[in-house]
Design a protein around this ligand. Sequence first.
Ligand SMILES: Cc1cc2nc3c(=O)[nH]c(=O)nc-3n(C[C@H](O)[C@H](O)[C@H](O)COP(=O)(O)OP(=O)(O)OC[C@H]3O[C@@H](n4cnc5c(N)ncnc54)[C@H](O)[C@@H]3O)c2cc1C
Length: 462
Amino acid sequence: MYDLIVIGAGPGGYVCAIRAAQLGLKVACVEGRETLGGTCLNVGCIPSKALLHASHMLHETHENFEKMGLMGAHVEVDWSKMQDYKQDTVNSNTGGIEFLFKKNKVDWIKGWASIEAPGKVKVGDTVHEAKNIVVASGSVPSALKGLEIDNEKGVIVDSTGALALPKIPKSMVVIGAGVIGLELGSVYRRLGAEVTVVEYLDVITPGMDAEVQKQLQKTLTKQGLKFVLGAAVQGATASDDGATVSYQLKKDGSEQQIEAEVVLVSTGRRPYADGLGLDALGVEMTDRGYIKVDGHWATSVKGVYAIGDAVPGPMLAHKAEDEGMAVAEVIAGKHGHVNYDVIPSVIYTTPEVASVGLTEAAAKEGGRKVKVGKFPFMGNARAKAQFLGEGFVKLIADAETDRILGCHIIGPSAGDLIHEVCVAMEFGASAEDLALTCHAHPTVSEAVREAALACGSGAIHA
Ligand SMILES: Cc1cc2nc3c(=O)[nH]c(=O)nc-3n(C[C@H](O)[C@H](O)[C@H](O)COP(=O)(O)OP(=O)(O)OC[C@H]3O[C@@H](n4cnc5c(N)ncnc54)[C@H](O)[C@@H]3O)c2cc1C
């Protein structure tokens, strides 16, 4: 009898299993894939970041090396080697989780699980017993009506197919201007493809700060990505050498078509709980297919918990990890907690985009009086030396108390810079607290301090 069986070994599930074992529980984790790590390590965060890194290096050699006096032969791309590098990165990470399972004495039960009854998890013909079950079954790409995904054929693909195309296409249509579409679109643009992003809304990256949206679209356009916004995709037909996407422009109702060698459908992901038997068990779901949980990640069935992409909230690896740790603590009789107001989100384009907390618009809609401190990376010496002077830090603070409410960054290392603001927010810091903190020179982090100074008596370098 286990204290806990976790179903799914993505960042939610494997982190939960490790933390529970560290807290002294007897733990098993069931995973149906061949390798541990879930979407994130196998077909999500990690392989996409490997391709973003490699293609960014290529971009640097073409765009900036000569400017720095680095001369030499033109760098060529060996796509198959780049795929090997991506796969090696994935393998070393998934293997790392296997090592951590052994180190922490977490049993990996290989196969697909279903829950027969509370406390009974069936894998193959064997029923394993546990006092508690955590469902961390994650998510899968959501379908778009009129488009048939065929990752094998490699013409109309989802993100999983786009990470492993047989060759670099000459042209690509990306449907959906969200994080995944823009990241993978950037990869193929840097590798030479003509990339057009078709988006239903009139803006890219819905939900982000409006000024960041505008700046990101401007910068990506300079990098050669094309955008068709306000366009409702009707369908796509694949042929031997590509596909034709039909869409209707919302502003005038006109029907349009665009052809490309590859079409990437990146219109979002849906929670995945197929085959688990949750219906029969009586687990309540939301009307959008997520598993309903309370403030302690308990489902409507006693002893069954759920976390990560399978439950409501942002579909992010670190949100799943935090819930994994917290629910392990709850099951071990401690006080697990996740602060949903301070969950950063990052887009790994160049420049990176990162945000946490309220946008200026959301704060105002909520009736708050805010002050905004903005600082452009053009005033940051280190950013300029790296040809990354585009973009800014925008800090939102309460007008009366000076408490930091949110931060939105587009610029170099934004995904790392955001965390000093996260820590500050966790401590309930004011903009002045950040402004009074000495930041090393020359670092791009000085831009965050300058934005905090701009909330008070003014930035120095702007
Ligand atoms: C291309 C791409 C890029 C991304 N980049 C980022 C990023 O940069 N940063 C970020 O934060 N997030 C990113 N994400 C999102 C991130 O991958 C997910 O939010 C995260 O993986 C969710 O973790 P999870 O543990 O909830 O589920 P998952 O990672 O989806 O893992 C669930 C696991 O459960 C297993 N499973 C399901 N049902 C069963 C069953 N019945 N029996 C056994 N096993 C089962 C599945 O096989 C899977 O391995 C990206 C996603 C994609 C697709």
